[in-house]
Design a protein. Structure first.
Length: 244
């Protein structure tokens, strides 16, 4: 599927990247500055399952039931928003994570969850006392937290990110970039491919997926040649005529 081209107007709010929802061609971004009821929907979901302080389930079975209900609810939404789309991807990711015996639940009174063996991520934590809840909480360093969330979305959830720090750059783990991002590529976008990480049920962990470069379909090679030719021979303000 080739994504329609959208002209984005970036702002400081998008500094962590813009995530694409291919279902309705909408986007969402992570804003860690929000808090309380206005907190970022995606980041809130990630924090709840990656570093659970106020745990509301007591065993693996209960955790999987909660995740299954969330997946069922979001999957039934006909016109799913970008936030809902990204959250659905996260719930499916964490369903695999919590189904693994490598995931440790209720490790200690402070560290409720340990996902490092399953996910391969070992974030930096710090501890602080929460006056309202009268307990010590384990929190992640914000930059580390955002980096891990983005890595999970792009590498394991098949979600693409348009970056702000790198002009006109899309970050993806897809292999068919010339078909998927054809319209963006002819408009001088760059596509950076990062390794895809998939869940190995036998080992119970996420591993890098090795793609055989010799298996690239001929259609991808033809599209690559088309894109190169259009970028070379057609003025940018005329390239929209070649959108797929």
């Amino acid at each position: 599927m080739t994504l329609p081209y959208i002209e984005y107007n970036f702002s400081a709010l998008n500094e962590h990247g813009v995530f694409m929802n291919p279902i309705n061609n909408s986007t969402c971004y992570i804003n860690p500055s929000l808090s309380g009821h206005d907190s970022d929907y995606v980041l809130k979901t990630f924090r709840a399952w990656f570093n659970h302080n106020n745990i509301y389930f007591y065993d693996r079975k209960e955790a999987l039931e909660v995740l299954k209900d969330n997946i069922k609810f979001l999957s039934a939404i006909e016109n799913i928003s970008s936030d809902e789309y990204i959250n659905l991807k996260l719930y499916k990711y964490f369903y695999d994570v919590y189904s693994s015996d490598k995931t440790k639940i209720n490790v200690s009174s402070q560290d409720k969850i340990d996902l490092s063996l399953t996910t391969g991520y070992t974030p930096k934590y710090f501890y602080c006392y929460h006056n309202v809840y009268n307990r010590v909480e384990r929190l992640m360093e914000e930059d580390d937290e955002i980096d891990i969330l983005k890595s999970i979305l792009v590498q394991s959830c098949n979600v693409d990110s348009i970056e702000l720090v790198w002009p006109n750059t899309i970050c993806t783990s897809k292999f068919n970039i010339y078909e998927t991002f054809y319209n963006y590529l002819i408009m001088d976008y760059n596509v950076q491919i990062v390794p895809k990480r998939v869940f190995n049920k036998e080992k119970g962990v996420f591993i890098d997926y090795r793609y055989n470069e010799f298996l690239v379909p001929d259609s991808e090679l033809r599209l690559k040649d088309e894109i190169t030719s259009i970028r070379k021979l057609v003025k940018k303000d005329e390239r929209y005529k070649y959108f797929r």
